[in-house]
Design a protein around this ligand. Structure first.
Ligand SMILES: [Fe+2]
Ligand SMILES: [Fe+2]
Length: 302
């Protein structure tokens, strides 16, 4: 993807920012911009925070964090600080700032670590501990990750499933430590570790439960489908968790997943039904010979 000029980027930005386009197209545009990176891409993504879709806006923040480009700090900061944004969006902005990992962000994250929105507060607590970890004790011997994502916490050094599960479920431990156990269990990828992660849906923190669903989406392992299905089907569950379960089912993409997702395309919660729409598009991609999910460049140019 060399020599992409700003005009091409702006054209992709137009797809992203067009509220009349289907959500799945706008998502593909967003991921294309994330992969391209650079100032113009950050600009296009930033403009989209004025959109109405919580799902889309939280994904903008997620992508900006994954790009790990300090030029995205001002926009992420303003999103975190703006209480008119949904807590799901503000949470993702806080997490993205943690992913960028600039030590100068400490003060800002401290300010929101007791935010009235618990999702935002917990995210900032974890992000602060990640900053601390980045600056001081990046230990050796971490369990090997197959995943390229910048995680909110590093995996722990422990590799015993029972010990990891005990930490995962220990409500007296800081979330950062429990997240570390979660990412180690993900990296193990065994039936036992998947079942341990599934237990994580019983944790009291909705933020934590949404992260379990996210991790299952990364693993794309059929063995997690029963846990994810129960989560999406539970209409009492926090919408952030159900959204993440839907997207995970989309990336696992079996017929069973598709069937469940179709059932929730008309969910009363907007963030849930939009997630099902995007998830079904992802599963179509998983099941097709399409070269690349983030393919807006081809569509815009072609
Ligand atoms: Fe999130
Ligand atoms: Fe999400």
């Amino acid at each position: 993807m060399a020599n992409i000029n700003d005009t091409a980027i702006k054209n992709i930005g137009k797809v992203l920012n067009d509220p009349n386009r289907p959500m799945k197209e706008r998502f593909r545009a967003l991921f294309t911009l994330r992969n391209l990176g650079g100032e113009a891409a950050i600009q296009c993504i930033s403009e989209c925070f004025k959109d109405e879709s919580v799902l889309l806006k939280h994904e903008l923040a997620y992508c900006l964090g994954q790009m790990q480009d300090k030029r995205a700090i001002p926009i992420l900061r303003s999103v975190l600080e703006d209480k008119d944004h949904d807590p799901i969006v503000r949470h993702e902005a806080g997490e993205a700032l943690g992913a960028i990992g600039d030590p100068n962000l400490k003060e800002l994250l401290e300010k929101y670590q007791n935010d009235p929105s618990i999702e935002v507060a917990e995210t900032c607590q974890i992000a602060l501990q990640r900053l601390e970890w980045v600056s001081t004790d990046q230990e050796e011997n971490l369990s090997k990750s197959l995943y390229t994502s910048i995680d909110p916490a590093p995996p722990s050094k422990e590799s015993d499933v029972d010990t990891l599960k005990a930490t995962l479920m220990d409500e007296s431990k800081p979330l950062f430590e429990r997240y570390r156990a979660m990412f180690s269990l993900r990296n193990l990828g065994t039936t036992e570790s998947i079942n341990a992660l599934g237990e994580g849906f019983k944790a009291s923190s909705a933020l934590f439960r949404h992260e379990v669903a996210f991790v299952f989406g990364q693993m794309q392992d059929e063995r997690s489908v029963p846990f994810l299905t129960t989560t999406l089907e539970d209409t009492e569950e926090h919408e952030m968790v159900r959204h993440e379960a839907a997207e995970a089912l989309g990336s696992i993409a079996t017929d069973e997943c598709t069937e469940v997702l179709k059932r929730y395309l008309k969910d009363p919660r907007r963030v849930v039904r939009e997630s099902c729409e995007v998830a079904l598009d992802m599963s179509e991609y998983e099941n097709s010979p399409e070269f690349q999910y983030a393919n807006t460049l081809l569509t815009v140019e072609g």
